[in-house]
Design a protein around this ligand. Structure first.
Ligand code: SAH
Length: 444
């Protein structure tokens, strides 16, 4: 979501102030930091970066420094107290107001411009469309979160769930396809909580959006992130029959212990989670299923942690992001008694990551020798003539090629497997022409 917001910010500054992105910080007139406050570590990085940028301001006092994103919402004016070199502070919902704030900061030097409000969905009405040519494009469909999980800061920093208009989303998807996007990634803090009405006034959700977007010429793949289990209805599950729905699902669960899930106020049980997965695997037996886990939630016992380990093997996740619980200001969990030892938190994280590393490797090894359709995203930074792209199930593949272009869909045989990267060989020319503008077969 932050990557998407940064891109949008770039569009806003280009269109309104004719600004251009520089490659090096020392060449910039405006230094902009987009921030994340989901865990404390991410937040601390902000102040380190601001410290490094201070020297630019000392050399040239006309440089403006702007801080946006969730740390800006959370800390507000306190950022200026800790880092006086900052001129502008704005939240994730006010990026479209940045041009005005820049003008304000130039006029009134020495003060700080702050706007961290949540003006509903106004932001999207003022964002120009992007002109970035990219084979894979993000498209934000909803923002914010109304779930209020006890550990999570998102409802307080991004605000409650707000949905974009159905036709606005389809319009943007169409534009992205015109600019060459073959894959569209639908974004939202709870993307499957999306709710709106269509042209006939009928209620629509994420499954409808996917169905409509899959009919746009040139769109071959649709992904979505991040979903919440309690909004995963049967209609969305059924959408996995749509061949354009990519063969991966990231569905955060956080814990495999019902007691911890209840304390976290996740509003579902492990059994309910397993039931969603069972239904999806009926349609997509080889889906790449990934998740998020938090270890060391306040009061988590050793046996509750072991339940999570069993759950991970039972469900057989192909990978996951995992974190040690980090208390966030203003969240209910932050005032709960936290008696889990730091040593145990670290040990649990490393045990859990070992297990997931093994499962991830097992999943990738099963892909060895298979034929995959790969969307080429770029040239490898390490080796000349090597390209990289993503399979339908969201694995990165590197392969040698002299004549293939970024943005093409090619068929690749997987010849070597490493944990995060697969290596392969192209077996066919560009398969775009065979796709007939409509269907892609799901490579299993
Ligand atoms: N909407 C998603 C959350 C996305 S945030 C959901 O409801 O599941 C990305 C991940 O960061 C979360 O899934 C969680 O695993 C992790 N996270 C969020 N708050 C955290 C905290 N306070 N401490 C540690 N990890 C946290």
């Amino acid at each position: 979501m932050n990557e998407y917001d940064s891109e949008k910010l770039n569009d806003v500054l280009r269109q309104n102030l004719k600004m251009q992105r520089t490659m090096r910080a020392e060449d910039a007139d405006l230094l902009f930091l987009n921030t994340c406050s989901i865990r404390e570590k991410a937040q601390e990085k902000v102040f380190h970066q601001l410290g490094r940028w201070r020297k630019f301001k000392l050399q040239n006092p006309d440089i403006l420094i702007a801080v946006g994103g969730c740390v800006a919402t959370q800390e507000g004016k306190k950022i200026k107290n800790r880092s006086p070199q900052v001129d502008i502070i704005f939240g994730p919902q006010t990026i479209h107001r940045l041009p005005e704030m820049i003008k304000g900061a130039i006029e009134k030097s020495n003060s700080v411009e702050i706007d961290i409000s949540f003006p509903e969905i106004e932001k999207f009405d003022y964002l120009p469309s992007s002109n970035k040519k990219s084979p894979s494009a993000y498209l934000s469909i909803m923002e914010g979160c109304s779930k209020y999980c006890t550990f999570c800061v998102v409802p307080y920093t991004r605000g409650e769930e707000v949905n974009r208009r159905f036709d606005d989303i389809l319009y943007e998807a169409n534009n992205l396809a015109k600019f060459g996007a073959k894959e569209i990634i639908l974004l939202g803090q709870n993307v499957n909580a999306y709710k709106s009405v269509d042209y006939h006034g009928q209620n629509v959700g994420l499954s409808h959006l996917i169905r409509y977007i899959s009919h746009i010429d040139g769109v071959y793949r649709i992904r979505h992130t991040t979903s919440h289990p309690i909004d995963f209805n049967d209609e969305l599950i059924n959408e996995y029959k749509n061949p354009k729905m990519a063969n991966n699902l990231h569905l955060p669960v956080q814990s495999g212990s019902d007691a911890i899930l209840s304390k976290m106020k996740r509003k579902h049980t492990t059994l309910e989670y397993k039931s969603i997965i069972r239904k999806i695997r009926k349609i997509r037996p080889n889906i790449n299923l990934t998740s998020d886990f938090i270890v060391g939630y306040p009061g988590e016992t050793e046996s509750e942690f072991q339940e999570t380990m069993e759950f991970i093997s039972d469900v057989n996740f192909s990978d996951a992001y995992s974190f040690i619980y980090s208390p966030r200001p203003g969240t209910p969990a932050s005032i709960e008694k936290d008696d889990v030892l730091e040593f145990d938190k670290k040990r649990r994280l490393s045990e859990l990551q070992d297990l997931l590393r093994q499962q991830s490797l097992n999943f990738s090894e099963k892909m060895l020798g298979t034929k995959q359709s790969v969307l080429i995203e770029g040239n490898s930074a390490k080796r000349a003539k090597e390209l990289y792209g993503r399979t339908d199930n969201n694995k990165v593949v590197n392969f040698q090629s002299k004549n293939k272009k970024v943005g093409s869909l090619v068929e690749v045989i997987i010849t070597e497997v490493k944990r995060n990267t697969l290596y392969g060989e192209t077996i066919n020319n560009d398969i775009n022409s065979q796709l007939n503008g409509s269907r892609v077969t799901i490579a299993q």
